[in-house]
Design a protein around this ligand. Structure first.
Ligand SMILES: Nc1ncnc2c1ncn2[C@@H]1O[C@H](COP(=O)(O)OP(=O)(O)OP(=O)(O)O)[C@@H](O)[C@H]1O
Ligand SMILES: [Mg+2]
Length: 361
């Protein structure tokens, strides 16, 4: 099912200083109607800048932004049907919960009865019924953030922009709010563009994730694809734990390619447009690796020395020093463990060919 793009970024560039370096370097992006899209990336990569350009708080240096097929690049924030929720709630401290949520409607001169009806309904949606007379100072962080969200949603925006809206909450509340927000988004059918630097949050909530690095989008795909099939070294490394092993493409077949590692070992991978002689990395998740005394027939493998085993509750982590140089980390879950524990044992690290992804720099 292909849905129409409700927000479209075309080659958007932002330089804060004239003639200075761009902090957003030509981003193009289609956000579909009703989609939960997350922009994920490390601090300073340009996430907030991108969001502020969509909202109209920052002028584009070049490029265009469309909302519902209309070019809004030069329109003021209030002329765009988007609303923004920031990290630090930004509630009006002198107004109670009711008036905070009602604010956008009061400005539009809607009748008092309708306002009351809609505010009460909104408070129900964010599960804050009975809180309408409280002042912001009498609310917890999570409650304040729910008021901020209710206040943004009551205006029926086509698109809601959220910049690290859960950043100030403690871990437990944050996890709870992640699920609540996701349910709310699906229920109301509003398009969410959500910014975070927390990869777990992005994986939990999003329909698609755009991974951003130094002003560019490195990959945009579903959480599963981002995790299982990262396209670049940066994406593989930024999302979850991963082992990156350097290799060179030594031969290419129709379906597979052979990679040669430093030590002369050859491993087989999917051939996805590789060139002979190209230097690449293979990325394998720690939970996809197994430790064995001898590899099975259809295993890919590397040999190494068992260096340490660390119990981390949900998993047993093992570090293997590869004979070809470098180290890999393996996570084993209960019931699926290599039953040896002698450091310095010579072992094989094995995986199935489809567990390894070739990534480029
Ligand atoms: N008003 C401004 N004037 C000049 N430079 C700015 C301005 N705002 C942001 N920058 C710079 O632009 C770059 C991107 O900033 P931005 O706030 O978009 O990053 P971010 O990805 O949101 O980071 P964080 O995760 O820390 O919020 C940074 O190098 C920042 O210093
Ligand atoms: Mg930011």
């Amino acid at each position: 099912m292909t849905k129409k793009a409700i927000v479209k970024l075309v080659n958007t560039v932002k330089c804060y200083e004239k003639g200075g370096n761009a902090v957003v370097k030509g981003i193009s992006l289609d956000i579909k109607k009703g989609e939960f899209l997350t922009i994920l990336g490390p601090s300073g990569c340009g996430k907030t800048t991108t969001l502020r350009m969509i909202a109209g708080f920052e002028q584009l240096t070049s490029g265009d932004i469309y909302i519902d097929d209309e070019n809004v690049s030069h329109k003021a924030p209030y002329e765009r049907s988007v609303n923004t929720v920031f990290q630090n709630y930004a509630l009006f401290p002198h107004m109670n919960v009711f008036d905070n949520v009602a604010f956008g409607l009061t400005m539009k001169k809607i009748s008092r009865t309708e306002i009351k009806e809609r505010v009460m309904e909104m408070l129900k949606v964010v599960r804050l019924e009975g809180y309408e007379n409280r002042m912001p100072s009498q609310l917890s962080g999570g409650q304040k953030q729910r008021v901020a969200i209710a206040r943004a949603i009551i205006n029926n925006p086509k698109v809601l922009l959220l910049d690290e809206p859960l950043g100030a909450l403690d871990l437990k509340l944050r996890k709870q709010m992640q699920l609540e927000l996701k349910h709310l988004q699906k229920k109301l059918g509003i398009t969410f563009i959500y910014v975070t630097h927390d990869q777990e949050e992005a994986l939990t909530m999003s329909d698609r994730i755009a991974v951003m690095n130094e002003g560019k989008i490195e990959q945009i795909a579903s959480p599963e694809e981002i995790y299982e099939k990262p396209k670049t070294k940066f994406v593989a490394d930024f999302i979850g734990e991963t082992n990156l092993i350097e290799a060179m493409v030594s031969s290419i077949g129709e379906k597979n390619a052979l990679l040669e590692l430093e030590a002369g070992t050859k491993i087989k991978v999917d051939n996805s447009g590789l060139n002979i002689g190209e230097k690449v990395c293979i990325a394998v998740r720690p939970e996809r690796l197994k430790i064995k005394y001898s590899p099975d027939k259809d295993d890919e493998w590397l040999s190494g020395k068992l260096k340490e085993r660390i119990y981390v509750g949900s998993a047993l982590k093992t570090v293997i020093e590869l004979n070809s140089g470098g180290e890999v980390v393996i996570n084993e879950v209960a019931g699926d463990r290599f039953d040896f524990n002698r450091c310095n044992d010579q072992v094989f690290v094995t995986w199935k060919p489809d567990s390894a992804v070739v990534v480029r720099a």
